[in-house]
Each structure stands twice: as structure tokens, then as C-alpha cells.
Design a protein around this ligand. Structure first.
Ligand code: ATP
Length: 263
């Protein structure tokens, strides 16, 4: 008998390989792991990782969608509680990008970061990060950190999106449980660090990986150009620094999009 290419993902296997001490659940199919964890956040009393072998309605920012395939991507969300208010979470999506990049580094894959929440490989989007929040019943905030990572997506996805996307053929052949455990450990470590020190501990690390440093970019809001300038990295709260004709400005993530200026 020919051995199956991939060992199926199981909560037991991921949990056994992880050092994070986080409970793990794996489901066969769901609409959105973020939606599932948000619905359960009020009843959680500890962090929880939810992995979907197949996600059918993955979410991106501002109602956009994230496409995945059961064989060709990893889709998961991590519910993590922070004490204090949402203002403490400034820069969290960027810190998560750093955590992903640093973990991928340990697996031999170099990636870049695009403000505010994309992981790029050779200029194309490799992973998306969506963080949603909910007030915790006893105080503090539950964050649900959703990540979609392209491993080897079918060509149709690029056709559907109308742009090329990145893949990781080498990691696609790695044991999925080991890969998921490594990503969980990297994330949990980063979230504990963020809890103690905030984004300040990550800003230099983010800037070292800034894929569009010095590029002329535009900031778009609902398709309208708000600002144009040279991207100059981020500050200690995760705002984008933009060198415009009027001088340096800072841009808050909100729902704006960053695009390379067409030459
Ligand atoms: P952008 O990077 O386009 O400004 P965004 O940062 O708001 O958008 P996200 O919310 O992170 O984007 O992700 C949603 C967008 O990512 C979708 O609108 C789609 O263009 C793109 N996308 C969806 N699925 C994938 C995928 N598997 N790989 C790469 N890109 C994808």
C-alpha cells in the first residue's frame, strides 16, 4: 500500500508536539474558525487553538474573504485573553506577523511583512491574519487570532483572485501536526511577550522584515487615495510611518489598505 502523502491533523498529535500548554481542537470542516471561537469566547477559561482541515467561509478584514483548500493550506484560530482594554492591543496583528515570520525562519523559509497584516513571500501574499475581539465577561478582552497560510494552493485560486499568491511547496510536505505545533509555539511565545511588553518589543523586528521599505505607496480607503508617500516602517504602536511631500505622517490601520503606487 502506498502511504498517504499527509498524516491527518489531530488535536492529540498537535498537542503532543507543542510546548505551549494550549488546548487544541481539530474539526473536519467549518465556515470560519474565527467565527466559531468568537461564538465560544464568553465560555472559555483558557486559550484554545481551533484548526479546521477545511474552511469554507474564511474571513479577511472588512468583510473580505480568505480562500483555502483542505490539502493546500493551514487554517486555524487561536483564542487568547488579555487583561485590560482593547487599547493595549495596538500593534497585535503586526506582532503576530513577526511571530509567523520568525517561526517560518526556524523552518528555513524567509518571508517579508506588509503593513498592516500580511506575510509575503517573493512579493506575493503567503498568509493572512485577522484578529477579532470580544470583551471577556469577568474583565479583559478575548482576542481571536485567525491565520490562513498558503502551502500549495490550486491554480484556480490565483485565477479566482486575479493575482498570484505565494506558496510553500517544501513546507507542504512537512508533517502538518508538527508544522501546526511549531506555529502554535511561536504564536503563544509572542503573545506572552506582547502581554508583558506590548508592540514595542516587536517594532524593530517588524521593521527588519518590512517588505515595502522605501517604496512609494498609497493608502486607500474604500478605493479613494488618502495619502501617498514612501513607506518608512512602523512606530512602537504599529502605525505606518509614511514620508509624504508634507513630511512624515503616521497611519492607523483601521480599514485602510496599502498598495504599491502604480508607476
Ligand atoms: P489587501 O492585502 O488586499 O490590502 P487586506 O490586508 O485587507 O487586503 P486580508 O483581509 O488580510 O486582506 O485578506 C483578504 C484578501 O486577501 C482578499 O480580499 C483577497 O484579495 C486575498 N486572499 C484571499 N484568499 C487568499 C489566499 N489564500 N492567498 C492570498 N490572498 C488571498
Amino acid at each position: 500500500m502506498i502511504a498517504p502523502l499527509l498524516t491527518p491533523m489531530t488535536a492529540l498529535d498537535i498537542g503532543a508536539r507543542s510546548q505551549a500548554g494550549v488546548a487544541v481542537e481539530v474539526v473536519e470542516t467549518t465556515g470560519s474558525t474565527n467565527a466559531d471561537l468568537l461564538a465560544r469566547a464568553a465560555s472559555l477559561d483558557a486559550p484554545l487553538l481551533l484548526v479546521a482541515r477545511n474552511q469554507t467561509a474564511g474571513r479577511g478584514r472588512a468583510g473580505r474573504s480568505w480562500l483555502s483548500s483542505s490539502e493546500g493550506s493551514l487554517t486555524f484560530s487561536l483564542a487568547w485573553k488579555f487583561d485590560g482594554g482593547v487599547q493595549r492591543l495596538a500593534g497585535l496583528p503586526l506582532a503576530v506577523g513577526v511571530a509567523l515570520a520568525e517561526t517560518l525562519d526556524t523552518l528555513g523559509v524567509q518571508v517579508g511583512l506588509k503593513w498592516p497584516n500580511d506575510v509575503l513571500r517573493d512579493g506575493d501574499k503567503l498568509a493572512g491574519i485577522l484578529i477579532e475581539t470580544q470583551g471577556a465577561p469577568g474583565g479583559g478582552v478575548w482576542t481571536v487570532i485567525g491565520i490562513g497560510l498558503n502551502l500549495l494552493m490550486p491554480d484556480e485560486t490565483e485565477a479566482l483572485l486575479g493575482r498570484s499568491i505565494a506558496s510553500l511547496p517544501w513546507l507542504a510536505r512537512m508533517d502538518r501536526n508538527a508544522l501546526m505545533a511549531a506555529l502554535l509555539d511561536g504564536l503563544a511565545g509572542a503573545l506572552r511577550e506582547f502581554d508583558g511588553a506590548g508592540f514595542k518589543a516587536f517594532s524593530a523586528r517588524w521593521n527588519r522584515r518590512h517588505a515595502w521599505q522605501g517604496e512609494t505607496v498609497v493608502i486607500l480607503d474604500a478605493g479613494k487615495v488618502l495619502h501617498e508617500g514612501a513607506a518608512a516602517g512602523v512606530d512602537d504602536t504599529g502605525r505606518l510611518l509614511l514620508d509624504t511631500h508634507e513630511g512624515r505622517i503616521t497611519v492607523l490601520a483601521g480599514d485602510v489598505s496599502l498598495r504599491m503606487k502604480a508607476s
